[in-house]
Design a protein around this ligand. Structure first.
Ligand code: X2X
Length: 338
């Protein structure tokens, strides 16, 4: 019996038994591979909009053999939990900031070096070039596979409930939420702030209950997580660029036949490139939108922040941690750092 006929017959039988719309049952019941994709952003984030379109395209092109279900907003657990699940295979796909991934793969934090990339052009040259290839090589040594194209999270800005940040001095003593990663803690300690490592899923509540007074994220996250409800000031610090690696559990990835893997990679990588453009368009209008909702913006100059990091030994420390090869690869795209 051919795959299609079997599918039809099964679908008809189930539909007859349950009177649920047959097409839905056919896909749901007969997908040969049913994989979960977890992430930490809401369904409305371009990452999920494009991932959903890619999942649909993959389902179609594989004739329903691979069904990818999306679990947004940390529904399956915090980033730290989900990282364990994608390593063990409980979750097949997970998109994660390289900086958080660095708790497992230290090199993955490198794109988050403070004030390294001047603009998106430099980011994509590096991440689609040798720097990204280097990091993916390191990721491959763990139990994970990273798709070639990294997705955009964005250049990060600083929001607070109590004062604008104009220069490095304003960060001193600031209770600021950062994601769980040594790169963030180290940077904000160098600024003499008081960083608290908190998963994205608990960020809103931590700000609302004043466990912390500040956080830092791209404007897209500020808006889509509605942080403007609990934060007043937004200082355009652009202190680092952060992106999401689209990760697969290695065994789950290798379980897919080669032709399916090719289809998946093709659609996910194409979706990443489209998502980058969505993010650029989204970010373009967000300052105005957030201002209309009551946030107060200010521009900053990188010099005061960079000097503070330099004096604190931040660049030296990370150069030693990443090693000569990785550092030289980064500086190929950013120019001399530190
Ligand atoms: O947790 C965050 O701040 C977020 C959503 O930007 C990341 O995934 C790093």
């Amino acid at each position: 019996m051919t795959f299609t006929r079997r599918k039809l017959i099964q679908g008809t039988a189930i539909a007859a038994a349950t009177s649920i719309a047959p097409m839905k049952v056919v896909f749901g019941q007969t997908a040969e591979f049913s994989y979960k994709f977890a992430n930490n952003v809401p369904l409305t984030h371009p990452l999920n909009v494009r991932a959903k379109a890619a999942a649909d395209a993959i389902r179609n092109e594989t004739n329903g053999r691979l069904d990818i279900q999306i679990f947004p907003s940390n529904q399956l657990g915090s980033d730290t939990d989900t990282l364990s699940q994608v390593r063990s295979g409980g979750v097949e796909f997970f998109s994660l900031s390289g900086l958080i991934l660095s708790t497992l793969v230290p090199a993955a934090a490198i794109n988050g070096m403070g004030f390294a990339f001047p603009d998106y052009a430099a980011v994509w040259r590096a991440m689609d070039g040798d720097l990204g290839a280097y990091v993916r090589g390191q990721i491959a040594k763990s139990n994970l596979v990273a798709m070639d194209k990294i997705w955009d999270n964005g250049f990060r800005q600083t929001t607070t409930s109590n004062k604008p940040i104009n220069g490095a001095d304003d960060l001193r003593g600031l209770k600021i939420r950062v994601p769980v990663s040594p790169m963030w803690t180290s940077m904000f300690k160098a600024f003499e702030a008081s960083p608290a490592s908190i998963n994205a899923s608990e960020m809103y509540t931590a700000l609302q209950t004043k466990v912390v007074d500040a956080q830092e994220n791209p404007l897209s996250v500020v808006s889509l997580f509605k942080l403007n409800e609990v934060q007043k000031y937004c200082s355009l610090t652009n202190h680092m660029w952060d992106g999401f690696w689209f990760l697969a559990n290695r065994r789950a990835w290798e379980r897919l036949p080669a032709n399916l893997r090719e289809i998946v990679a093709k659609h996910l990588n194409a979706a990443a490139v489209l998502q980058r453009a969505d993010m650029a368009a989204l970010n373009g209008g967000l300052q105005q939108e957030l201002t209309s909702k009551g946030m107060v913006f200010n521009a900053t100059k990188p010099d005061s922040f960079r000097n503070k990091l330099r004096t604190a030994g931040y660049y030296q420390e990370w150069k030693a941690k990443f090693g000569e090869e990785a550092w030289a690869t980064l500086e190929k795209y950013t120019g001399k750092l530190g």
